[in-house]
Design a protein around this ligand. Structure first.
Ligand SMILES: *Cc1c(COP(=O)(O)O)cnc(C)c1O
Length: 380
């Protein structure tokens, strides 16, 4: 029995990931950030798209720096990357992970004094330098050393010898608000740490939105996730990114209902007039938010088909009365995310952000990797 979608098709929904569009987005970011390098953030399985396919495509486009959140992601990613690629673990390594991380050659982002001490100890034990990144909390109060602690570590020659600081980084809290004063303040705090050092390490500041805050924020490496995957940072001067993800739901059943009939749990939707309803094979267990019931829509040949009634675990319903009879039938597919059903719009309708929409897409949805440049389809 096939439990997950697993690329076999026939499930209630399918995702196609356009690797050519992904590479195009990488090129747009590389151009915008040059001469800074573009690092790819592929945590959470490349935001749900499948890191095992996404990361090699980016590597083929020239990307050599990859960022994940946790060690298990780094270890799973490593076989898919060229030998000269480096992987940073953003959350750092727990004490009992440092040795495994070092053996695998991954680079932790050192966020706490304990993480720094553990890494130093492992480096001394294995008697070879172990590269790491040092994160400074410049005001977000999420992860990272205080500027003073970071400065002291980075000024410590024996620490730098044992644990060369490949990146001195920080993360912006408000990069998506161009003129937010926190951006300049965070930049200044990171620079103050670097400027006080005889040999400042390469700096890394910007996420996707940060790339469009101007070259002051580019530094040595930008760390981009969501823009690679097609969600444009909503900033003046930011380019429109190519659509990478397409989610389609299969029509399980079509029915005509009379005025007054209810649809779905709680009969939340009552048809005001006779309607044609299609039940789709994607539900909240696939990551399709319950909030989209009564608010979201599917797209079919340019027509917006409103989502009606509550989203069930394995299905949801749309009103297809706007289509000609027979235009959409059992076994056909409608778009839930893609060129027509824009990720940003879906996120807004679900009261969330594109990141959450993508990372929730579940394992039952078969993922197919499409390379429009070569019209080659790869099963993932
Ligand atoms: C997730 C993350 C990123 C990527 O952010 P995007 O907005 O997706 O580009 C960059 N840096 C850090 C530290 C992150 O946690």
């Amino acid at each position: 029995m096939q439990l997950a979608g697993g690329g076999q098709g026939g499930g209630g929904g399918r995702i196609s990931v356009d690797l050519a569009a992904l590479r195009a987005n990488y090129a747009v970011l590389a151009n915008a950030a040059a001469p800074a390098a573009v690092g790819a953030v592929v945590k959470a399985d490349a935001y749900g798209l499948g890191a095992a396919a996404v990361a090699p495509a980016l590597a083929a486009a020239g990307c050599r720096q990859f960022f994940v959140a946790v060690l298990s992601e780094a270890l799973a990613l490593q076989p898919h990357l060229p030998a000269d690629a480096v992987i940073y673990v953003l959350n750092g390594l727990a004490s009992d992970e440092a040795e495994r991380g070092a053996a695998a050659g991954v680079r932790p982002v050192l966020n706490t004094s304990r993480q720094a001490r553990d890494w130093l100890e492992v480096a001394q034990r294995v008697r070879r330098p172990l590269d790491a990144a040092l994160q400074v909390d410049t005001g977000m109060s999420r992860l990272g050393l205080s500027p003073e602690t970071a400065q002291a570590l980075a000024a410590d020659a024996s620490f730098r010898t044992a644990a060369p600081i490949a990146l001195l980084m920080t993360h912006l809290a408000c990069a998506d608000v161009t003129d937010h004063p926190a951006n300049a303040l965070q930049l200044a705090r990171l620079r103050a740490v670097a400027d006080a050092l005889d040999t400042p390490p390469p700096l890394s500041i910007a996420n996707s939105a940060g790339v469009f805050l101007g070259e002051d924020f580019h530094a040595a490496v930008v760390r981009t996730g969501i823009a690679l995957y097609g969600a444009a940072p909503v900033l003046p001067g930011a380019p429109v990114m190519s659509t990478v993800v397409r989610l389609e739901a299969r029509v399980l059943q079509v029915r005509d209902i009379p005025a007054g009939a209810g649809v779905g749990y709680g009969l939340d939707h009552i048809a005001e007039q006779p309607a044609r309803i299609a039940t789709l094979g994607v539900g909240y267990a696939d990551g399709w938010s319950r909030r989209l019931g009564g608010r979201g829509a599917a797209m079919f040949e340019g027509v917006r088909l409103p989502m009606v009634g509550r989203v069930s675990m394995d299905s949801c319903a749309i009103d297809i009365s706007a289509l000609a009879p027979g235009a959409l039938d059992e076994g056909d597919y409608v778009e839930l995310l893609g060129e027509a059903a824009r990720l940003d719009d879906v996120a807004r309708a679900a009261d969330t952000i594109p990141y959450e929409i993508l990372t929730r897409l579940g394992p039952r949805l078969a993922r197919t990797y499409l390379d429009t440049a070569t019209a080659k389809e790869v099963q993932g």
